[in-house]
Design a protein around this ligand. Sequence first.
Ligand SMILES: [Zn+2]
Length: 289
Amino acid sequence: MLMKHWLVALLLVSRWYIQDGYSPYGFDIQVRNGLLMGEFAQAAASWREVAPIRVVKRAPNLCEFLPTSRYSWYGYYRPLQMQNGQVTRFLVQINGRALQQDFPNSKAARLSTMAHEFGHGLYLRDLGRAYRETSLMSRDRDRTRIVGPQQLDFENVRALQRIVPYVHAHADWPVYGWGQLVQKSDLIVEVRVERVQEYKSAQLATLQVRSVLQGEVRGTEITLDQAVEFLRPGQRLVLFLARRGHYYYEVDGNSKLFAVAEGKYESFVPGFAGVRELQALQQATQAQR
Ligand SMILES: [Zn+2]
């Protein structure tokens, strides 16, 4: 969704907000190397009062705990991908070495840093010394004491939610069970993404069909039309697709089963979750006919 120009202008001059936040309404996060997953989840939950932040198995946004970084920062937030001036993916990194050096064995300091970086994802700006007692976003806060968001931080997120009706970074997808998903699909295919072409608010991906689990394809390529969660060239996956006109569309929020190894795909379909061999997917598809 396009960010309104007036909003960009407002964020530019604001003392509270940054321009390259992700969403003031919360987001999903994936812990990249699995380290300190519980602490990331705890820091995420500290924002619960204003914005749900969830640590999930797979999300576009990544966070990572680095035990041996040579840098000096405690943590950072960095956009990884932008579309139409809107951040569509970000990375949070937490520097275990720097934190350990200045706050030995302090879980509080780690949580404070994690929750602070999530604050940037919610559009909050770094604040200075004047806010050291009142904001998680202050660089001068006592990291062992200000462990989560404070009243001021909550108020700032709420204030932004009032001026931004809704910043879409994610679609609200339907979620079907396996049987429904198979029945609603005109085509179920194993593909490799050949190339992509971006348009104003959409992307067309040319997919090379490697095998067909259900339906029929003329030729060896199909075109997928997407508005969110864009595919990237080289990705291999199994897709559940509906045909509308010349293009194909994902059927629901779990229609993309990404390859985790050659011939193995990870499913998040309720009741059929887990890593599956292509052959097992074929059999499960046929069982629904
Ligand atoms: Zn910061």
